[in-house]
Design a binder for this molecule. Structure first.
Ligand code: 13P
Ligand code: SF4
Length: 305
């Protein structure tokens, strides 16, 4: 019996009482992933949130993810158990700064990584995640300039993949930025047989040294399908939990102890109980923001620019 069985039982009971579903990102604490009804990457979680039947969504991830769930299912109650858990990259691009920036690029199409605030999304043409960024940029007509924000690393990677000349915002993920080429080289030396998978939020020189750049959902699919037995994982360490659980006979080698996003570790089981008992903290967005921010997300989901 797990040491936290009591809390797990309580969550199950509360979930039933409130007709709630728990969604969790691949980076959150293992015990939170284990109590969730669905665990996924940003794209998978958005699709799940859009199609949900329950009345309440408890979203275990960072703020922009919970906001995206609210935008796609505005009639549902969306609870974010620790409201301080945000994404520093999302805060690197404000709507007012973008409005100014766009003046220098009249006619450009703004492609916005979902790791961004709801307010920013009201000012952009289309959203993308790390799973579909290249596909979305490819929808932009060749004669249009692309502005990509906030992540300069994902933007640069997509420019390389698509051969497009992309204007990059200067945001980044502090967690993935910490990973260096030396980290990769060190692990490759220790495990010469291993294949390396990397998140495209890493620096270009780190991506360059890896075999496959993938979203967290892409990494989980790759791990299942590959014949490789040793896999170096260059992303936030929370994903190792699912990788190992789903592939017990493969070896997953975390790139570095530094690859931790503190924001993704804030939500614990007690917070989920508190969220369901006290309705904390409900995501509240005004109607206009929801309507405007919804457009670029729906364009992404329908691949229709
Ligand atoms: P994924 O969409 O690949 O899960 O990435 C989300 C994220 O925050 C990466 O840092
Ligand atoms: Fe944001 Fe990076 Fe944390 Fe993902 S890992 S939520 S991009 S800070």
């Amino acid at each position: 019996v797990p040491y936290n069985q009591e809390k797990i039982d309580k969550i199950k009971k509360l979930k039933k009482e409130r007709n709630a579903i728990i969604l969790a990102h691949n980076y959150v604490l293992g015990e939170v992933q284990d109590v969730a009804d669905f665990v996924g990457d940003s794209l998978e979680l958005s699709i799940k949130a859009r199609d949900i039947d329950e009345d309440v969504i408890v979203f275990c991830g960072v703020q922009f993810m919970a906001e995206t769930a609210k935008i796609l299912s505005p009639e549902k109650t969306v609870l974010h158990p620790v409201k301080e858990s945000g994404c520093p990259m999302a805060d690197m691009a404000t709507a007012s700064a973008l409005r100014k920036f766009k003046k220098d690029y009249p006619g450009a199409v703004t492609v916005c990584y979902v790791n961004s605030t709801a307010e920013l999304k009201t000012e952009v043409d289309v959203c993308c995640t790390s799973a579909n960024a290249a596909d979305i940029v490819s929808l932009v007509p060749e004669d249009k300039q692309v502005l990509f924000l906030p992540d300069k690393n994902l933007g640069a990677y997509v420019a390389k993949q698509t051969g497009r000349d992309i204007v990059l915002w200067k945001g980044f993920c502090p967690t993935h930025m910490r990973l260096t080429p030396e980290d990769i080289l060190k692990k490759k030396k220790e495990y010469p047989e291993a294949v390396t998978i990397v998140h495209p939020e890493c620096r270009p020189e780190v991506i360059e040294l890896s075999d496959h750049a993938l979203s967290t959902g892409g990494m989980l699919r790759f791990a299942k399908e590959t014949e490789e037995k040793q896999i170096i994982v260059a992303t936030e360490l929370g994903i190792i939990h699912r990788l190992q659980k789903e592939n017990p006979h493969k070896l997953f080698i975390p790139i570095s102890e530094q690859a931790v996003c503190m924001n993704m570790k804030m939500i614990e089981l007690d917070h989920i109980i508190n969220a369901l008992e006290k309705n904390e903290t409900e995501i509240v967005l005004d109607r206009e923001t929801i309507e405007k921010a919804r457009k670029p997300i729906v364009r992404m989901l329908e691949k229709d620019l």
